[in-house]
Design a protein around this ligand. Structure first.
Ligand code: PLP
Length: 372
């Protein structure tokens, strides 16, 4: 559906209109200059060969160091697997962890490729409704109720989450991981929006368990979507399976991107400045959208998303997004992309653009909704 919105936005732009793009979940900023310089030097060397399937050893070590620096927890570099974005990380993880027919709990609303990749691999994504009562996150009670109905083999947790931008606090994450361990449910923790936390610090599953599999990426915090590089922290017994899968499915992750990723860690100060921009944007929308008439949204804890309830105005979020685009030239994603059941009540705004764009978007929407 978001592709329909993007195509309509492109038509407006072809006709000379200026669209404010809040539909796609990607940073407007570039990769850290350290990453770009390292890639350029590697390119100039002319030698871009395969790497080890698990990734360049110095990058794996650097990623492991990130856990002690950022979370104060030790992770063995042997557990790190470099992947082609977190997207390929999901495929490797699901293949290594599950068998066809296995049932994996995913939050609804949630990031659609979880259920699509699981379906493509013959697994069953089991939607677990999240709501205001559970602060829009998976809870032990909801998971165990589902497990009681029919056995779950896995559970996927994401914090900060997409599309909600909502986070789990450390205690809730620990409780989920412990309950799953007791029930024999394997945990995958999608930590791709880590680093982009505003309400409270995001905690890694690595702190609570060596058995949870963690997925992360350079796409969001490091603004490297197109470089296609991410990583897995795998439980030790799974590393060999993941390595064999990677050897066969991809041989290795693009070398240039791995070199750039390692150097990205030296560009954190640039990325912190980008993050401060998101914080400003978040504030502008939290204050501006209610004035525009959109006064109900999920907790805006992290990532760069605001998931707004538009049920006062519509029961068809795709038409709402299309009309908003036509009339205000602000593009956002209809909730039906993330939630086939209740998605018609919501639209998702991505606030990874500029402060000027956020102000202007809020004003344009205020003018539009005020006239309805
Ligand atoms: C929650 C979540 N996980 C994973 C991804 C995949 O990102 P990538 O493959 O670029 O690492 C995205 C992309 O938007 C996402 O929102």
């Amino acid at each position: 559906m978001v592709m329909d919105v993007m195509a309509a936005a492109a038509r407006i732009e072809e006709g000379g209109g200026r669209v404010i793009h809040m539909e796609v979940g990607q940073p407007a900023a570039s990769a850290p200059s350290t990453a770009i310089a390292a890639a350029r030097a590697a390119l100039d060397s002319g030698k871009i060969g395969y790497t080890e399937a698990l990734g360049i050893p110095s990058l794996r070590t650097r990623i492991a160091r990130h856990y002690s620096e950022s979370y104060g927890t030790n992770v063995d570099p042997d557990r790190i697997v470099v992947t082609t974005g977190s997207s390929a990380g999901f495929i490797l993880a699901f293949l290594a962890m599950f068998e066809p027919g296995d049932r994996i709990a995913v939050a609804e609303p949630g990031y659609p490729p979880y259920r699509h990749i699981l379906a493509a691999l013959g697994c069953e994504a089991v939607p677990v409704r999240i709501s205001e009562e559970t602060r829009w996150s998976l809870t032990v009670d909801a998971l165990m109720a589902e497990h009681k109905k029919k056995i779950l083999d896995g559970a996927l947790v994401a914090s900060p989450a997409n599309p909600s931008g909502t986070m789990l606090d450390a205690n809730s994450l620990a409780a989920l991981i412990n309950a799953c361990a007791q029930a024999g449910i394997k945990v995958i923790s999608d930590e791709i929006y880590h680093g982009l936390d505003y309400a409270f610090p995001a905690e890694t599953a690595a702190k609570f368990s060596d058995d949870a599999l963690i997925i992360n990426s350079f796409s969001k915090y490091f603004c490297m979507t197109g470089w296609r590089v991410g990583w897995i922290v795998a439980p030790k017994p799974l590393v060999r399976s993941v390595e064999r899968l990677q050897q066969n499915l991809a041989i290795s992750v693009p070398t240039l991107s791995q070199v750039a990723a390692e150097a990205a860690f030296d560009g954190r100060s640039e990325m912190e400045a980008v993050k401060r921009g998101y914080e400003e944007n978040r504030k502008i929308l939290i204050e501006g959208l209610p004035r525009a008439g959109l006064d109900k949204f999920l907790p805006v804890d992290g990532a760069f998303y605001l998931y707004a309830d538009v049920s006062r105005f519509t029961d068809d979020s795709l038409s709402f997004a299309k009309n908003m685009l036509d009339e205000t030239h602000v593009a956002a994603t209809p909730g039906v992309d993330f939630d086939p059941v209740h998605g018609n009540r919501y639209i998702r705004f991505c606030y990874a653009g500029s402060q000027a764009e956020m102000h202007e978007a809020a004003e344009r929407i205020a003018g539009w909704l005020g006239n309805r």
